[in-house]
Design a protein around this ligand. Structure first.
Ligand code: PEP
Ligand code: MG
Length: 567
């Protein structure tokens, strides 16, 4: 049995599909039969095109038109006449197909990556992808295609990146196991959003589990069992049934308002990563969107999304949510969210570097594209703008100034938008927490980002296993910070929400209710469970619990006290 981070609840029982980077090393040799060598090369192209076409169809069927368009470029580079001529020429000259493909695509890669025009430079990545696929095929290496796995597949992968999400076929994937990532890593957030049981940070699992192994994944406990015994299988089948029964019981909380046992109503909204998540969030009975991580739009693209593309995405969410509130966070690039085509410079400490609102304010023309798209979409629903990684009042003022500039432009163009659009901030840095009284005067709302707030408060990276013992929301310092932020926001009369993962933490919910939090933004599958927990507490009971835990000195004591009081 292997153990890792319990990242997404549920039991998955299935067959391992190990997605490793293919080993593309080869020893060049002179083929005996040049014609047969050419046929091998042609067959690799044909197979690649057939697979890519199938992938394009699946993407289109899933509403991923843009991504499908990108795949067409792959086909063009596979059947490009110039490249083909080079490869065939090399084979005629006595080289093996591997060498011919490798040299030709390397040459084209270098040529494209040195071009003046940014659009051409970005095509270099497509050329590299085609080279990898053709070489892998010629070398007999199997590349696992996440978008077309057989039924009951358990994905075993080094890292689950946000860009892989578009590929995962939810119907056939029963669990995910990775070698990296903590509970609040984006891999974990993605797995929970897809409702796929996941265990992360299992050392060397891509080496220790083989393709075809039977695997049981207990996402809630962080356990992975290979080749289970008959008793183990029975046990986990029972657990899976119990899990399903609990899920069914939660249905009683569908379609009812979210309120405490003594009737205090709060807003229960969803975190989403792309427009197509909005439908799923509604199916889980969300009361709006508390965090749309707009960076996923940028990550899934090959170049900066245009104003039209962004407008279409934001409008789609606004229309889907009708009059429900939709908080869209402006680009939170940097840290663990890399966007290759943005060519961010290497930094020794990117988590404290040139990222999020810092990057955006430094690139106002680019930022305005997003702000204009958000304003335009605000004519179609209750869209609010949220600023990530704020540390100073100045940053909020500057963003608001840019919003005003965009409004004037739209006025001049006669374009509709909501003139009263709200602008709020994430409170996810110790600095923002410490000046939350000042920020509250400048903002229309707060949303607390505990994922980062815990990390920056504890100086403990959310993805680093060795400091995971420090990274938790029960730390007295973090609890004090939450109390200050919520109290300052409530005092100023603004809405205070939370969109960090802690908003769905069953142990923390009474504490947040007592502090006065009025909006809980959670992953879609956590909505009904969160509503049930909120309904179990009166404010008086929550206040009494908080009085107790504020006197405690360690996170272990706080956790134990919350656990003892849990309903
Ligand atoms: C957070 O930091 O809590 C948050 C919601 O933002 P992200 O996880 O995207 O950094
Ligand atoms: Mg954050």
């Amino acid at each position: 049995m292997f153990e890792g981070v319990n990242a997404s609840d549920g039991i998955g029982i299935g067959v391992a599909r190990v997605a490793v980077e293919p080993d593309l090393s080869f020893t060049p040799h002179k083929p005996e039969d040049a014609e047969a060598e050419k046929a091998r090369y042609e067959a690799a192209i044909e197979k690649f095109i057939a697979q890519t076409n199938a992938q394009i169809e699946r993407m289109k069927a899933n509403g991923l038109e843009n991504e499908a368009g990108i795949m067409n470029a792959h086909i063009e580079f596979a059947e490009d006449d110039g490249i083909k001529e080079m490869v065939i020429g090399s084979i005629d000259g006595g080289m093996c197909a591997e060498q011919g493909v490798s040299d030709a695509y390397d040459m084209y890669y270098n040529m494209f990556s040195n071009m003046e025009d940014e659009l051409f430079r970005e095509r270099a990545a497509d050329i590299a992808d085609v080279r990898t696929a053709l070489l892998a095929d010629l070398l007999g290496q199997e590349m696992v295609d996440l978008s077309s796995l057989p039924e009951n597949s358990v994905i075993i992968v080094h890292e689950l990146t946000p860009s892989m999400t578009a590929d995962i076929d939810k119907q056939n994937v029963v669990a995910i196991v990775t070698e990296t990532g903590g509970r609040t890593s984006h891999s974990a957030i993605i797995a929970r959003a897809l409702e796929i049981p996941a265990v992360l940070s299992v050392a060397d699992v891509t080496k220790n589990i083989k393709n075809g192994d039977m695997v049981v994944v207990d996402g809630g406990k962080g356990k992975v069992i290979v080749d289970p015994t008959a008793e183990e299988l029975e046990h986990y089948n029972d657990l899976a049934k119990k899990y399903a029964a609990d899920k069914a019981a939660l249905e009683a909380f569908r379609g009812v308002p979210t309120k405490t046992a003594d009737g205090k109503e709060v807003l229960l909204v969803a975190n989403i990563g792309n427009p197509s998540d909005a439908q799923g969030a509604l199916e889980h009975d969300c009361e709006g969107v508390g965090l749309f991580r707009s960076e996923f739009l940028f990550m899934d693209a090959k170049e900066l999304p245009s104003e039209e593309e962004q407008f279409a995405a934001y409008q789609k969410v606004a229309l889907a949510m009708k009059d429900k509130p939709v908080i869209i966070r402006t680009l939170d690039v940097g840290g663990d969210k890399e966007i290759p085509y943005m060519n961010m410079q290497h930094e020794d400490n990117p988590f404290m570097g040139f990222r999020a609102v810092r990057y955006c304010l430094n690139n106002p023309d680019q930022y305005k594209v997003q702000l204009r798209a958000l304003l335009r979409a605000s004519a179609y629903g209750d869209i609010k703008i949220m600023i990530p990684l704020v540390t100073t009042v100045d940053e909020v003022r500057k963003v608001k100034e840019l919003v005003e500039v965009c409004k004037k432009e739209l006025d001049a163009e006669g374009v509709k938008y909501n003139p009263d659009i709200e602008v709020g901030t994430m409170v996810e840095t110790p600095s923002a927490s410490l000046v939350s009284d000042l920020l509250a005067k400048e903002c229309d709302f707060f949303s607390i980002g505990t994922n980062d707030l815990i990390g920056y408060t504890m100086c403990a990276d959310r993805g680093n296993d060795r400091v995971a013992y420090l990274y938790n929301v029960y730390q007295p310092s973090v609890i004090r910070s939450l109390k200050a932020i919520i109290t300052n926001g409530v005092k100023e009369g603004i809405m205070v929400g939370m969109c960090g993962e802690a908003a769905a933490d069953p142990l923390l919910i009474p504490v947040l209710l007592s502090f006065g939090l009025t909006e809980f933004s959670v992953s879609a599958p956590s909505i009904l469970r969160t509503r049930r927990i909120i309904s179990q507490w009166t404010i008086e009971e929550a206040d009494a619990l908080v009085e107790k835990i504020l006197k405690l000195e360690t996170s272990a004591e706080v956790r134990a006290a919350l656990q003892a009081a849990a309903k």
